[in-house]
Design a protein around this ligand. Structure first.
Ligand SMILES: [Mn+2]
Length: 393
């Protein structure tokens, strides 16, 4: 089994209210994943870095993880990553860990090849720093071509636009050049395959809202040296992180219907974290109803984060006023709307005098506005549309 990026002890500051739950679930996920590896009769487990969130991890959490690892009947090979590198204060050198390290757990602290089974060689690339611009796999020695060779590294495949030069860059042809049967990578949280022999398993339990395919482990079968590995994806996550967005401009009823339907279609809403982005414009008359909707969602989901930064509830926004400062035509529209609102009997909230030009619409236009039954709310609506346009511009 190939896994990585357990991030045990994750701070989860972005979902702080459920941080304890998120941390506890990560340990349970590791427990279940290792049980699965044993059930599937894997020969051993490779963890390609970032087992721990950092080197300052609490001793109680370390003990908790060790108690889970020691229950696994399989050998487990752990590579330090960039979150838990082999610095002098490394978690892997702390007595709490070294004194209680179960016999089946092996920390890969050097580049020396390891033979987990006769005829199988693991080539480890441990990290000694948080960042590095050199290729972590460059130090592997030449080994016998008759063995199944498995590289284990933590870093970024050098795919244009997908890596930073100081983020442990790994050349794309590493598996080929080193004659590896399989290259087990860690660092990217989503499952990712490059060619037939280079894989990121991703994290077994998602760590945020922006991961496209996390929550997996890989069961890898290699029949013999040079054979194409058979790689099977297994779902391991307990929690699901989703991003939803809603434009409230077409009415809150429609959004209410859509959001409630999403929740009702979830298998277990209590295991789902959602980031909901709201935008468009919503009359402040509906803000109580929006609050109610948010409470409805919060009561059913494990966690709901509402991003209302782009939602316009006030008819006059700072964005609109800013734009009006340099746009004379906007000042003249604001002038027309202000006069119209006064004529309709519901003056607008304070518009700064310097942003208003003109004397308002002609008498004929005003007569039309009154005769055609325009309401004060129509002026507010017009302002909201202007404000939304200003935001878009
Ligand atoms: Mn990493």
């Amino acid at each position: 089994m190939h896994t990585a990026d357990w991030q045990i002890g994750m701070k989860a500051r972005h979902v702080a209210q459920v941080g304890d739950k998120v941390r506890a679930v990560r340990l349970q996920t590791v427990r279940h994943m290792l049980q699965l590896a044993a059930e599937q009769q894997a020969d051993f487990v490779i963890v390609a870095g970032d087992i721990f969130e950092d080197n300052q991890i609490d001793n109680q959490i370390v003990q908790k993880l060790l108690s889970i690892l020691e229950q696994c009947p399989l050998p487990i090979y752990i590579l330090p990553g960039n979150h838990d590198p082999l610095t002098p204060d490394s978690i892997y050198l702390r007595p709490t860990l070294t004194n209680s390290l179960p016999a089946n757990v092996h920390i890969l602290t050097t580049f020396d090849p390891i033979e987990p089974l006769p005829g199988v060689i693991i080539l480890p690339a441990p990290t000694y720093t948080k960042k590095s611009s050199s290729n972590p796999t460059a130090k592997w020695p030449a080994v016998s071509p008759d063995a199944i060779k498995i590289g284990v590294a933590h870093g970024s495949l050098m795919i244009e636009g997908r890596y930073q030069p100081d983020d442990f860059p790994i050349p794309l042809d590493t598996a080929e050049k080193q004659g590896l049967d399989y290259l087990a990578l860690g660092h990217w949280h989503s499952l990712f395959a490059y060619g037939e022999r280079t894989f990121y398993s991703g994290t077994p339990e998602p760590t945020g809202f922006d991961e496209s395919n996390s929550g997996n482990a890989l069961l890898v079968t290699i029949e013999g040296p040079g054979q194409k590995p058979k790689v099977e994806q297994v779902r391991t996550n307990s929690l699901t992180w989703l991003m939803w967005e809603q434009d409230l401009s077409s009415g809150i009823e429609e959004s209410e219907r859509w959001l409630k339907q999403q929740v009702e279609e979830l298998d277990q809403p209590q295991t789902v974290l959602v980031r909901l982005a709201l935008y468009g414009h919503l009359s402040s008359d509906y803000s109580a109803r929006l609050t109610e909707l948010i409470q409805w969602l919060r009561a059913r989901l494990l966690y709901l984060d509402v991003d209302a930064g782009r939602l316009l509830t006030q008819p006059v926004t700072a964005g609109l006023l800013n734009m009006a400062r340099s746009q004379l035509f906007l000042q003249s529209i604001l002038g027309d709307l202000k006069v119209t609102a006064e004529v309709l009997g519901k003056p607008l909230p304070d518009l700064p005098a310097e942003l208003i030009r003109g004397t308002g619409p002609s008498e004929e236009t005003l007569r039309n506005i009154i005769e055609k039954g325009f309401l004060p709310e129509d002026v507010e609506e017009a302002l909201r549309v202007l404000a939304a346009l200003a935001e878009e511009v």
